[in-house]
Ligand binder design. Structure first.
Ligand SMILES: [Fe+2]
Length: 206
């Protein structure tokens, strides 16, 4: 897959800084870098289908930029833990779970509050079982929900060091089960199914 960066969807004043942090991510891990670009692309594709978001270029730019930068905090995590083959020990998972807060620490003051907030909350779940702040439905904006689903979708689609790539049916099944358990937004999963996860677009993601 070609991994373009759509500078049109990054605020002019942020473009250089985005490049800087993307380079930091790339130096840390090519895999995390590709995941970041892909998450941003998926998030943008979903958001463009949602009138409440697509009517605001600023909103689309925030979502796209947060997609690129959401995992920058991973650069603070020991690679032996992050890319461990096999199941993480509970104390290792606690370390990995710190990365959204590290993203927040790295990005605060550099980017708008909305972008930084989206990065900090990309692992929150509607049922309050996410991290780091156990936010719930009422706290999570549409933009937040889109980024979470884009992140999950990208992680499932891609071959990662610790897992194989999944096919389209398997990705849809997992997203559906997460809707069932109250973790993610059903209407946004439906949009994801109709856009990113349709046959023509899915093959482009590989
Ligand atoms: Fe993450």
């Amino acid at each position: 897959m070609k991994h373009n960066i759509y500078y049109d969807f990054i605020d002019k004043e942020y473009r250089e800084k985005v490049d800087y942090y993307l380079e930091l991510i790339k130096q840390y891990s090519e895999e995390t870098y590709i995941h970041s670009l892909e998450t941003a692309n998926i998030a943008l594709a979903i958001a463009k289908e949602m009138p409440t978001l697509s009517s605001s270029k600023q909103e689309l730019m925030n979502i796209y930029t947060a997609g690129l930068l959401h995992d920058v905090g991973k650069v603070e995590i020991d690679k032996n833990i992050l890319f461990k083959n096999g199941k993480l020990e509970p104390h290792e998972f606690e370390i990995v779970k710190k990365h959204p807060e590290y993203s927040y620490e790295i990005l605060k003051g550099q980017f708008s509050d909305q972008i930084v907030g989206l990065c900090c909350h990309h692992h929150e779940k509607l049922n309050g079982k996410g991290y780091p702040h156990n936010l719930t439905e009422t706290d999570l904006s549409k933009a937040n929900r889109v980024l979470t689903i884009a992140d999950i979708t990208s992680a499932l689609i891609m071959k990662r060091s610790y897992k194989e790539a999944l096919d389209m049916g398997a990705v849809k099944k997992i997203l559906d089960s997460m809707v069932e358990s109250g973790e993610i937004d059903k209407s946004i999963v439906n949009i994801t199914n109709n856009t990113v996860l349709n046959k023509a677009n899915f093959t482009k993601l590989h």
